[in-house]
Design a protein around this ligand. Structure first.
Ligand code: OOG
Ligand code: NI
Length: 265
């Protein structure tokens, strides 16, 4: 089982780097030949069967993960859970879902049409989590979603895939602070997400996070192609809850800002 789960993350990574050209550069700049340990990966979805958070949770739990935290994002109309694995070399998993009924009828209609093309039988293997889009949207529909929810628009363009991987700064040789990681990234030309400050969180909440702004890639919509924000890389430093025991949860106020790493500006 563990071998299969490691293979899942290797496949997820190969899919992710296709729309995240800077991911390899992040590894070169920070890893200098060492391998990088990831703290977590994140997925996005809609709260509609058969792809809602509970359905994706079933796939993640089938790989031996267990849920260990619930989060709410009132302003962005999202909720989320995180999952952990007994194997400490496996990344945690963060999954959010958009509360679709909170949006305008026209946004709901487009999202319902997108999801209607997915049969429950297609959502039975973990590989669904990097199966991409199962629908066509026009560029105007993308813009219409974008006006109400950046998250909805991002989902319409990229579908099911890793939204980001996250370097574990605790496990990164040569760095003891997130500030020094951020400085190295900025020197190498990366733009960091500065919403709420470059460092989200603090030792008081046992977690500090930063993220690059998403790469831009060309996406082929139904009627035309456009360059739009795709995926990003995150950096996390965890603090001890008790001697030898790092905090394993997430911090909603910080996550709220990390979501903005796929904004256009
Ligand atoms: C997830 C944002 C939250 C974290 O580590 O707090 C997050 C997303 O952008 O989909 O990843
Ligand atoms: Ni994250």
């Amino acid at each position: 089982m563990s071998q299969q789960v490691h293979q899942f993350f290797a496949d997820l990574w190969q899919d992710y780097i296709q729309r995240t050209p800077s991911a390899d550069k992040v590894h070169q700049v920070l890893g200098k030949g060492h391998s990088i340990i990831n703290d977590h990966v994140a997925f996005r979805t809609f709260n509609i069967a058969p792809v809602n958070l509970d359905a994706l949770a079933t796939l993640i739990e089938s790989m031996g993960y267990f849920a260990n935290g619930d989060y709410e994002f009132t302003e962005k109309k999202l909720r989320a859970k995180h999952f952990e694995h007994a194997d400490p070399t496996l990344p945690k998993v963060f999954v959010s879902e958009l509360l679709v009924e909170s949006f305008s009828p026209q946004v709901q209609r487009v999202i319902q049409r997108m999801v209607a093309g997915i049969a429950p039988e297609q959502v039975q293997q973990p590989a669904f989590l990097y199966s991409g889009t199962h629908w066509d949207v026009t560029y105007d529909e993308y813009q219409m979603l974008l006006a109400e929810s950046e998250y909805a628009a991002w989902m319409s363009a990229f579908g099911f895939c890793a939204n980001h991987f996250t370097v574990s700064v605790n496990a990164l040789p040569g760095y003891s602070t997130l500030e020094s990681v951020n400085a190295t990234l900025k020197n190498a030309g990366f733009t960091l997400n500065s919403s709420g400050g470059e460092i989200k969180g603090s030792p008081e909440v046992y977690l500090e996070q930063s993220a690059t702004m998403a790469d831009h890639v060309e996406v082929r919509f139904k009627d035309k192609a456009a360059r739009i924000p795709s995926c990003f890389y995150e950096f996390a430093k965890r603090y001890e809850l008790a001697p030898g025991k790092l905090y394993t949860g997430f911090v909603a106020a910080s996550a709220d800002k990390i979501f903005e790493s796929t904004n256009s500006k």
